[in-house]
Design a protein around this ligand. Structure first.
Ligand code: MN
Length: 649
């Protein structure tokens, strides 16, 4: 084929357009592929030409057609660089070419490295990687020509490519509403994957076809005459349904009886307005009796992919069941070319803002189409990346696709996928290579999370890297809960140490009535609350002792009190260690107060007031604490007189 076919198809959609740039791109591609041949033996340039022609027929813009002509040049010719293309064809074109090349390489790599992957994940990934929907369209057109020329390849390659086409490319074309390409991809794959079934259905259809076609032609003529006579301008055509859909219907619904597939040949009536669609339906039903359950109003209730039409199956001439579809011209365009039917909006004069709105409009439209599909949300997310480039899609080791905000790392992923123990995340492999745990992930990364069950807490430094709310909240909560638990333990210990110092038993052995009395006295409702108050120094353990043992408090007055100010790293367990030192030295803790001990702060302060007769113990204690891990500083504040007798009964 020649470039003029592409140019003509382009001009049909853009009558004011110039084909100079297309000619330029063609020359460039021809040179880049000079001497190269396809497996079929034909000159390589035929492949980009056919790819561009498909897109030109869909009405795609000039940049897309140029990118289609150039789409294999970088890959196939080492002297062609993206810089050359950018210089000659501009930034928009080079972006498309680059995206197509990257998508091909990356998608293939992911595709084959992931074994047990769900097909749906691959489709999502494909869309996510494409970023620009035009890249998807170029890949569809590229695949269409590859499928048309697939016979030149080995049997193994043919099967693999056909299966991939049926699994990924045809459904994508369907989702984007480009049925014209979807049908071709399906039939071409079907012929490769099930050659015998294909031959059978083809024979069945062809045997019926000539009589059906003559008959359908007659119906179309009758319909045009009747509807036009009623004052409605109309065009009636018929078309043979494609093999794969007839095959699926015959096998799944009609026990392999092809004759029962009514819509082997469908007659389509195209009118101008929606009202005329309903009027035409009325005329048809007056003419021929409809089959009751086969009247479908896809105008009032469009199909999920936004297909709109009225369908009816009637007993037409010779009482043969015939499916008739009624559509406006706009519905017809849309049903054949899907989102591509909206493409021309982009290149109209004073584009700019207008182009953006139309682009947004059809993306919203796709979103609406798919809202009711079970996987619609994820699909919408995938499509949305085209406009809102704020998401990345990564694979987990089991083959599911997870979307994350840009900048997210394996830590975010762990909190996204692991509901039981994400904080045990220890190492990460990205695309089979060990990587930093906080390395930002990229689209299509294969991420393997490695856990260590011995690890009982998240690393507090993760808070500096996480970008998802979920991960941030989970880590903060974990530390908040830990802080609360530690606070209660601390209060209990302080209480026990103080009681020991008075040679009294711990509160654990306190009778329930006394507990109640104690809590009532402090206006508290639980033991945990009391311990928390003690830890926060709003209730002093010594006061509790005095309350419980008023007779024993007097002799304590002779002791001196000392206050230590300690600055330490904010990690869990550190207070317990400090208290351990005090306990071993048998120092009575009179009060303890922490400052800034919240999950986000790297350091905190603690003030501990001790009571002892032995000043030497304080110096030893300062020394011991300052030598323990994660202590930043310890200092002794001025001595003060002990405060006693504040609380008496
Ligand atoms: Mn190609």
């Amino acid at each position: 084929m020649k470039l003029t076919q592409v140019s003509q198809a382009y001009l049909a959609h853009y009558p004011a357009g110039s084909t100079r740039a297309l000619e330029d791109a063609y020359e460039f591609a021809k040179q880049a592929h000079a001497g190269q041949r396809r497996a079929s033996g034909e000159a390589y340039i035929q492949h980009p030409l056919h790819t561009a022609l498909t897109l030109a027929q869909l009405g795609l813009d000039q940049d897309t057609l140029i990118a289609a002509l150039l789409h294999d040049t970088v890959e196939d010719n080492p002297t062609v660089t993206l810089a050359t293309i950018e210089k000659r064809f501009g930034a928009n074109v080079v972006q498309l070419v680059d995206a197509v090349t990257k998508l091909s390489n990356r998608f293939e790599r992911v595709h084959f490295s992931v074994k047990e992957i769900q097909i749906e994940s691959l489709r999502k990934l494909f869309l996510a990687m494409a970023q620009d929907i035009r890249v998807v369209l170029i890949k569809l057109a590229d695949r269409l020509h590859n499928m048309r020329t697939i016979n030149a390849l080995s049997a193994r390659k043919r099967k693999r490519i056909a299966q991939e086409t049926l699994d990924i490319y045809a459904p994508l074309a369907d989702r984007l509403g480009i049925f014209d390409i979807k049908w071709q991809l399906e039939d071409l794959s079907f012929a490769v994957l099930k050659p015998q079934e294909y031959a059978w259905i083809k024979k069945e259809v062809q045997e019926r076809r000539s009589t059906r076609e003559k008959y359908a032609e007659q119906i179309a003529r009758d319909l045009t005459a009747r509807i036009t006579k009623a004052g409605i301008p109309c065009e009636a055509q018929f078309r043979v349904k494609h093999f794969y859909s007839i095959y699926k219907k015959a096998v799944m619904k009609y026990d392999r009886d092809v004759s029962r597939v009514y819509d082997l040949i469908a007659v389509r009536v195209v009118v101008d307005t929606t009202e005329q669609c309903y009027a035409a339906l009325g005329i048809i039903h007056q003419l021929w009796k409809p089959l009751v359950h086969r009247i479908k109003d896809y105008i009032a209730i469009p199909k999920l992919n936004n297909y709109q039409a009225l369908h009816t199956t009637v007993f037409a001439g010779e009482n043969r069941l015939t499916e008739i579809q009624i559509q406006t011209r706009a519905m017809y365009q849309e049903s054949e070319f899907g989102i591509a039917a909206h493409w021309n909006y982009k290149e109209q004069p004073n584009s700019g803002a207008k182009a953006k709105t139309s682009q947004l409009r059809w993306i919203n439209q796709i979103a609406q189409w798919h809202q009711k599909l079970s996987d619609s949300q994820a699909f919408f997310e995938a499509i949305r990346t085209d406009v809102f480039k704020d998401k990345i899609f990564v694979f987990t080791h089991d083959g599911s696709v997870i979307d994350l905000p840009i900048g997210a790392s394996a830590i975010d992923l762990a909190y996204e996928v692991n509901t039981t123990n994400p904080h045990q995340l220890k190492q990460v492999k990205i695309n089979d290579q060990f990587a930093r745990i906080n390395r930002p992930l990229a689209n299509g990364d294969m991420v393997e999370l490695l856990y260590n069950s011995a690890q009982d807490r998240p690393d507090i430094s993760w808070l500096r890297f996480v970008v998802t709310k979920k991960a941030r909240a989970a880590i903060s909560d974990w530390y908040d809960r830990l802080a609360e638990k530690e606070t209660i333990e601390l209060g209990e210990k302080l209480m026990t140490y103080t009681l020991e110092n008075y040679h009294k038993p711990g509160l654990a052995s306190l009778p329930a009535e006394l507990w109640t009395e104690l809590l009532t006295h402090f206006h508290l409702t639980s033991r945990e609350q009391l311990y928390k108050e003690i830890a926060h120094n709003t209730i002093r353990p010594a006061d509790v002792v005095r309350l419980l043992h008023p007779a024993d408090t007097a002799r304590q007055a002779k002791k001196d009190t000392y206050t230590l100010a300690i600055k330490a790293k904010n990690r869990s367990g550190i207070l317990r260690e400090i208290l351990g030192i005090l306990s071993r030295m048998q120092l009575t803790i009179y009060s303890l107060q922490t400052h800034d001990r919240v999950a986000k702060k790297p350091e905190f302060f603690v003030q501990i007031t001790l009571v002892t007769r032995d000043k030497g113990k304080i110096a030893a204690c300062v020394h011991a604490i300052s030598r323990s891990t994660d202590i930043i500083s310890v200092s002794q504040e001025q001595e003060s007189q002990p405060q006693v007798g504040l609380l008496t009964r």
